[in-house]
Design a protein around this ligand. Structure first.
Ligand code: FAD
Length: 476
């Protein structure tokens, strides 16, 4: 625990030591603010943390760092590193090998060069290539970062440009899986942001996983005199006359601050301000999309089994369904990730093969069991999830995966809620975002997931933007 000198009065208290909280904390400490980051859990990183189990290092969330462009100049990743005064190689990112969107009888490959996707669309959907190019132009000209903009339906805008529903679904599938809190549709700002992050820029990963990024952020924050307390949940935000003056911790201790930045989520922050879980606006704006993931460590590299791709987004149905899971695990679609399949070059190689399969999972199902039944459910679902995914990996069968697996783990919506306190285990938070970061209290601001910038890069950019806009530029 870092302890601030001079008692319990801070310029800014940041709730949450995930990507958004750390980035906001760095930015504020850089300008001489006395900052305290408070985190409920013992590990930093939030939704993108890491853990050790069975002698192995696990990443909680990381499939890919998006927005990767070599050198980063003029891109969101470059901007955020510059704002945090971190060198370009701080996160030690290595580019993906190549990914695929797999629908029944139809594949679109893509990598970190948009030309690959464009030529794939021309090959598979020759009649729709002009519409694809037109959509791309609209996206590139769209200012998705305007914090004051109104919500627009991406399905409507894309549908007006691309008539082919299959191509629409294939383009929506990766973007929804990597950042939509809304069922069936997305806000066009978010669609455009994720399009750029995934298709125009691309995927990368540090060889040693997310801990490299977290370590770089923690060191930077500490070097600037920023302080943090772990295992230190905030119970209440204390306010008078619609202005916060501090927080009460779960231990009863009170810390005073001139302002609070909360990365806990929109509804979660409202609860900290005194709302009830049964309040209609909280019920209406709590996310209903949660996920589960299987992680299998293999005694061989995926490439040796014929799997050389980085990420595969799959769907087996006529229409791609992205919505609340009606079954414990929605086996119709999902994401396969092989962390081995990045171009690590001279950085080295991962010691074992790793297969991750992610899909939409039911919060209601996974939270209703006692501990024993919960473990039994996981054992039951694990092979079903992998069998459903490997339908999209030609040449691979369940027997091979089973024989080659040396260790495995699985997380569910229950795990996500336990370790991040996001209501309903909603990874992407509330369907309605608070883009301007304002809350009902004049000096409490939202950053991260529910401000609307998602993913690792998005969350960090959100922390920076909110710290800049509401604290540094307003001279607080
Ligand atoms: C399984 C999974 C896979 C993912 N894969 C990727 C990926 O490959 N690439 C990518 O870019 N993104 C990925 N993401 C999304 C990405 O992790 C998140 O969008 C991002 O990390 C959100 O960061 P955040 O700081 O906004 O929120 P969070 O990470 O949720 O941080 C909020 C923090 O606040 C803390 N907190 C909450 N309430 C309190 C309280 N009362 N007191 C104190 N602390 C509190 C929480 O414990 C948490 O640490 C994935 C997420 C998951 C779950």
């Amino acid at each position: 625990m870092d302890v601030s000198e001079g008692g319990n009065l801070y310029d800014t208290i940041v709730i949450g030591c995930g990507m958004a909280g750390l980035a906001a904390g760095i930015r504020l400490a850089m300008f001489g603010q006395r900052v305290m980051i408070l985190e409920k859990h013992n590990a930093p990183g939030g939704l993108n943390s890491f853990y050790f189990q069975g002698g192995r290092k696990f990443d909680v969330g990381l499939h890919a760092v998006t927005n990767f462009v070599e050198g980063g100049r003029g891109t969101p990743l470059g901007t955020l590193l510059r704002q945090l005064r971190l060198p370009w190689d701080a996160f030690k990112l290595c580019p993906q090998i190549g990914s695929r969107i797999a629908f029944p009888g139809m594949d679109l490959r893509f990598n970190n060069s948009i030309e690959t996707l464009e030529s794939e669309v021309a090959r598979v959907f020759p009649k729709d290539i002009d519409a694809f190019r037109k959509l791309r132009k609209v996206i590139l000209e769209h200012d998705a970062l305007n914090l004051e903009s109104k919500v627009q339906s991406a399905r409507e805008i894309v549908g007006r440009i691309i008539q082919n529903p299959l191509l629409q679904d294939m383009l929506f599938c990766p973007l929804m899986y990597y950042g939509s809190a809304r069922e069936r549709d997305m806000d066009f700002d978010q669609f455009a942001t994720l399009w750029k992050a995934i298709f125009e820029e691309g995927f990368a990963r540090p060889l040693e996983g997310v801990r490299v990024i977290i370590r770089a952020l923690l060191e930077r924050y500490r070097s600037l005199g920023g302080t943090r307390r772990m295992k230190c949940g905030v119970k209440r935000i204390l306010a008078k006359n619609e202005t916060a003056h501090g927080v009460e911790l779960e231990t009863g201790e009170v810390l005073e601050a001139k302002q609070v930045i909360s990365t806990a989520g929109w509804a979660e922050t409202k609860l900290l301000c005194g709302s009830q879980r049964t309040d209609p606006d909280i019920l209406e704006n709590t996310g209903s999309l949660s996920f589960g993931e299987t992680i299998s460590f293999l005694d061989t590299k995926p490439a040796e089994l014929g799997c050389g791709e980085t990420i595969i987004f799959f769907n087996d149905s006529d229409q791609f369904h992205y919505g609340k899971a009606e079954n414990p695990f929605d086996l119709r679609s999902g994401v396969i990730c092989f962390p081995n399949n990045y171009d690590y070059g001279r950085s080295g190689d991962l010691p074992e093969g790793i297969l991750r399969v992610t899909g939409i999972a039911s919060y209601d199902h996974w939270t209703r069991f006692n501990a024993d039944s919960y473990e039994a459910q996981k054992r039951n679902w694990f092979p079903r999830i992998i069998k459903s995914a490997i339908r999209f990996l030609p040449g691979i069968d369940w027997e091979t995966i089973e024989k080659r697996t040396v260790y495995q783990d699985m997380f569910t919506p229950r795990t996500i809620e336990k370790f991040t306190s996001h209501l309903g285990g909603a990874v992407y938070g509330a369907p309605r975002k608070a883009k301007d970061g304002r809350t009902e209290l004049s000096n409490v601001f939202l950053a991260g997931t529910d401000q609307g910038f998602l993913g690792i890069v998005g969350a960090m950019l959100s922390g920076i933007s909110i710290a800049n806009k509401h604290v540094l530029m307003s001279g607080r």
